[in-house]
Design a binder for this molecule. Structure first.
Ligand code: KE4
Length: 430
């Protein structure tokens, strides 16, 4: 795609494994080499060879207000002049924690960490410490970051690299993770009946985003809520993607199901490294240094830069009409893409919730992991390159989400629809 990207990637490969700091960025499942990005502004990114793209990845979800969002940039410029980290409390972490507690129904107290992985890993450890039980249930195709206990039938980059069960995860660890198919409550009940007395928690992406976007089937989340309450296990909603994305209060507000704990990341940091886990006071009061002193710590947790970016992000999300705009732009995008699909008679389906969506190369409804993996990944790869050639940047994987940001204009949406029509033709070989 460009000389500078290619030479940078060549150099990167000599010092960084695979030339990337996260396998999701490698173009493994679509072929070719990743683009090196020079800068982003609003709805666009610009690669090192001067090519510009309408972005639908936004750093895998965090940048709901687009790139270089002025309130975040200005606030960071200011706060950085007073130091970047102290390893001591600052007012910024109190302010962000108060915002999260106000906005997310299940969260009475919250602990900041530095990534979604740290958030989910800590939440599960807390669930185990709080309940005194060992096992955790996750769902096939869901991705909760790369802590050992989650690398069992995992989604996202584990799927695109074809390693849903990672080497390096011991049998001992795997033994404490049980899995079930997403959206199959009967199967969940069957697995739970086998481990219920030792099940500490069920962790779920309330809207799957890492096997492509798959909404919860009617009654699925309610069923998990009832089941976990009945057996004394903790229900954890992993809202690293959906938190502040589909609703100011996340998927739990959208669907009216309140978990015991919630994990957050991405949007809450405005593009800086961040994660958070929170829940009811009586649960969070067992995390060190309180109560049972479940261990959890982090040098840069709550650092003033990430907190400042997060505060500006959440404040901007509370402005009137933000979610209405996201919904109307995303609906236009879906409508335009769908009309291209209909026009081409293509075997594609779109799943969308708010400003996150996925087009699957399959003619079946996609409501389960098995439906998602039945998609034609070869066709997706051709489509991916067609979109890049058309100046639109989507994730290099069938199993990720397309995101819409408040900075997408009507022109961006129509340009994306035009590029999509051409990329679809390329994918279908027509
Ligand atoms: P991080 O450790 O990457 O900040 O968050 C892990 C995580 C946890 N939970 C959910 C629901 C997530 O989606 C993620 C991370 N998302 C992937 C892409 N969908 C991150 C991309 C990457 O790994 O580079």
């Amino acid at each position: 795609m460009g000389e500078r990207s290619e030479s940078l990637f060549k150099k990167a490969n000599t010092v960084i494994p695979g030339g990337v700091n996260s396998p999701a960025r490698a173009f493994g499942s679509v072929g070719g080499d990743p683009l090196f990005i020079e800068r982003g502004e609003g709805s666009r990114i610009y690669d090192v060879d001067g090519n510009s793209y309408i972005d639908h990845v936004f750093s895998w979800g965090p940048l709901i207000h687009g790139h270089a969002f002025p309130p975040i940039v200005d606030a960071l410029k200011d706060v950085a002049t007073r130091g970047t980290s102290f390893g001591a409390p600052t007012s910024t972490e109190v302010e962000l924690a108060e915002l999260v507690c106000e906005m997310v129904p299940s969260v009475e107290m919250v602990r900041m960490v530095n990534s979604g992985t740290e958030a989910t890993m800590s939440a599960v450890r807390l669930a185990r410490g709080h309940t005194g039980r060992s096992k955790v249930m996750k769902f096939e195709g869901c991705w909760h970051g790369h802590a050992d206990e989650f690398l069992i039938q995992a989604g996202s980059s584990a799927l695109t690299t074809g390693v849903p069960d990672s080497p390096g995860v011991t049998e001992g660890t795997a033994a404490d993770t049980v899995t079930a198919p997403f959206n199959d409550l009967e199967a969940v009940q069957k697995v739970v009946s086998e481990v219920k007395d030792d099940l500490a928690s069920i962790i779920v992406e309330p809207i799957a985003g890492n096997m492509g976007v798959i909404p919860p089937a009617p009654g699925f989340l309610e069923g998990l809520r009832e089941l976990t309450t009945d057996i004394g296990a903790l229900l954890i909603f992993d809202e690293v993607i959906t938190g502040f994305r589909v609703n100011p209060g996340g998927a739990q507000s959208l669907y009216g199901v309140t978990p015991d704990m919630t994990t957050l990341g991405k949007i809450i940091g405005g593009g800086l490294p961040v994660g958070a886990f929170g829940g009811r006071r009586e649960i969070m009061s067992d995390i060190s240094p309180l109560g049972k002193k479940v261990s959890q710590a982090g040098t840069l947790s709550g650092n003033p830069l990430a907190m400042t970016a997060g505060i500006q992000m959440l404040k901007a999300l509370r402005a009137d009409g933000v979610y209405d705009r996201l919904e109307s732009m995303a609906a236009s995008l879906e409508e335009g893409w769908q009309s291209n699909i209909d026009g081409a008679g293509a075997a594609c389906v779109i799943n969308r919730v708010g400003s996150m969506m996925t087009m699957f190369f399959t003619d079946q409804a996609v409501t389960t992991f098995d439906d998602a993996v039945a998609s034609d990944q070869e066709a997706f790869s051709r489509y991916f390159w067609g979109m890049l050639e058309g100046g639109v940047y989507v994730a290099p994987s069938q199993f990720e989400a397309v995101f819409v940001a408040t900075t997408h204009s009507e022109d961006d949406i129509s340009a994306s629809v035009t590029a999509h029509g051409k990329a679809l033709a390329k994918a279908l070989g027509s």
